[in-house]
Design a protein around this ligand. Structure first.
Ligand code: FE2
Length: 230
């Protein structure tokens, strides 16, 4: 029999959040109260390919690697749902935009797995989620929760200029030929990290062989300041 769950219960936060700000990034470990249940849910379902168009026929997605996305809409957000987000936003307001935020009411997970052997120089293509040059206090905030137990790599933040992003053709690129890694936000199961999306960044994997049998999962949410043009 198929399982049934309540969004509020599944995604309930730890009642005691312990945020730490380090080098411009908020880290909150032990983020979800029922992280194991979320892990079970995302590891026992199929994943649709992301940015995939068979008519274009150019992508390496599905050949070299699987890049998939779970996107579950919360069609009936409750008071508890908003309260939980406001707990996170109150932490964000200590450092960045002090006012109200908007976000898509979805539960979205990046699901990635190599198919072929991958050279470790290849990394997810850097991108921005808010214009470069946006002040941190006005930037869209990237809110990630690492949800796999391989716990390899994390999210790299790069210096350097923006160049065209062809990630729909090949997501993976020898990034250090063009960009300098400023820091890697370290992956840990059930760790939330929050940082302004106005810098070049991308998923970072040290050792692809670790994901030979397991998927990499990252939940992503974007908090957008209201009344500010990003
Ligand atoms: Fe991003």
């Amino acid at each position: 029999m198929n399982k049934v769950y309540s969004n509020d219960e599944l995604y309930r936060l730890n009642p005691v959040l312990k945020p730490e700000m380090r080098d411009g990034v908020i880290y909150i470990d032990d983020f979800y109260e029922n992280a194991e249940d979320i892990y079970d849910m995302i590891t026992t379902r199929p994943y649709p390919l992301w940015k995939y168009n068979a008519e274009e026929g150019e992508t390496r997605n599905g050949i070299d690697y699987y890049d998939c996305r779970i996107v579950d809409k919360n069609g009936h957000p409750t008071r508890e749902y908003f309260n939980e987000h406001n707990r996170i936003l109150d932490i964000c307001r200590r450092y960045w935009w002090k006012g109200e935020y908007t976000w898509d009411m979805i539960y979205e997970f990046n699901c990635f797995k190599p198919i072929k052997e991958m050279a470790n120089e290849l990394q997810h293509y850097p991108h921005i989620d808010s214009a470069l040059g946006t002040p941190d206090a006005n930037s869209v905030l990237n809110f990630l929760v690492y949800m796999d137990k391989v716990e390899d790599g994390g999210t790299a933040v790069y210096g350097g200029e923006w160049i065209t992003n062809d990630e729909n053709i090949n997501l993976l690129y020898p990034v250090e030929e063009r960009f300098k890694i400023e820091k890697v936000i370290e992956h840990k199961f059930n760790r939330a990290v929050i940082f302004p999306g106005n810098c070049m960044h991308g998923a970072y994997i040290n050792d692809y062989s670790k994901y030979k049998d397991d998927w990499r999962f990252t939940q992503v949410t974007f908090y957008k300041p209201i009344n500010y043009e990003n």
